[in-house]
Design a protein around this ligand. Structure first.
Ligand code: AMP
Ligand code: FE
Ligand code: FE
Ligand code: ZN
Length: 280
């Protein structure tokens, strides 16, 4: 039953579709509910909810936060959060401030390298967006430095790349606390993306459980049935509700389809959302 997609980005972060377009697209696909999980911002939620009323799609107010993990980054998804909650609001403001400083550094390095980046222009081009590496990737593609967004990351923007500048991250514990404090449920995003050893995965899941994380994204674009089965076993072991999300970014990741993933591997029933909501 393909009823929900709990991991969707709009142009309020680094997707290509507006919140309204994303919701209308979900309606056309026949989805019952979607979660808008933009990076570090809830600014698209209200618009998406309004659009959802018009086309009969339930919109979950969500968010995706980056957390530091031994020099790398893991992602925490949030669901059913209250956007106006004070400490969440303040933390998101801090993150955006840190991003602005990092964007200036990235623009300076790229400009010194002969690819002139005018941040004011970039902001004008994406007026509602939280600007991040994906937007720089688009500049690299446009200037002929890379073939496409993926290629731009591989050549320049992935950690270790020439233009990569690390930003500040929350801890897993802090992210979970913030999400719970804002009335929401925290879910560990795409656990197979972190390429952890068995011991590393155990430590991450233990810390997530102890921090009050409720769920784990067991169904994700590109995950084979075997990968999902392994994650379901782990979710069961640690008491996490399994969730499902495509990580749709619209045209910015054109190989990923909302609701169904890369090869139709996603087909999530509404009950996953109900179970998550019922989690302690
Ligand atoms: P930032 O938060 O500015 O560091 O950018 C992170 C975002 O860039 C992620 O959420 C992804 O959407 C995108 N991203 C990260 N790595 C890659 C990659 N290798 N290929 C394509 N997109 C990526
Ligand atoms: Fe993204
Ligand atoms: Fe992510
Ligand atoms: Zn995402």
């Amino acid at each position: 039953m393909r009823e929900i997609d709990l991991h969707i980005h709009t142009n309020i972060s680094d997707g290509s579709a507006s919140p309204e377009e994303a919701v209308q697209y979900a309606a056309r696909l026949g989805l019952k509910a979607i979660a808008i999980t933009d990076h570090d911002t809830v600014n698209g939620a209200a618009r998406a909810i309004m659009a959802g009323h018009d086309c009969g799609v339930e919109v979950v107010t969500g968010l995706e936060l980056g957390c530091g993990w031994y020099g790398r980054e893991v992602h925490m998804l949030a669901y059913d959060i209250k956007p106006e909650e004070e400490s969440l609001r303040r933390t998101l403001e801090d993150i955006v401030e840190d991003r602005d400083a990092r964007n200036e550094k990235m623009a300076a390095v790229m400009t010194a390298d002969g690819l002139v980046i005018d941040l004011d222009e970039l902001k004008k081009e994406h007026p509602d967006s939280i600007i991040g590496r994906p937007h720089f990737a688009l500049c690299l593609v446009r200037a002929g430095f890379a073939e496409n967004v993926q290629d731009a990351f591989r050549r320049y923007l992935d950690p270790g790349g020439k233009y990569y500048i690390r930003r500040k991250f929350l801890t897993v514990e802090k992210a979970a606390e913030l999400i719970r404090g804002a009335g929401g449920k925290a879910v560990l995003a795409h656990p197979m993306q972190y390429k952890l050893s068995d011991e590393g995965m155990t430590e991450l899941l233990e810390r997530a459980r102890d921090a009050g994380v409720s769920g784990m994204e067991c169904y994700y674009s590109g995950y084979t049935p075997e990968m999902s089965a392994e994650l379901l076993k782990l979710a069961d072991k640690y008491g996490f509700c399994p969730t499902a999300g495509s990580d749709w970014h619209g045209l910015h990741k054109p190989h990923i389809e909302m609701g169904s993933g890369i090869n139709g591997e996603l087909s999530a029933p509404y009950s996953l959302l109900e179970n998550l909501r019922a989690h302690k």
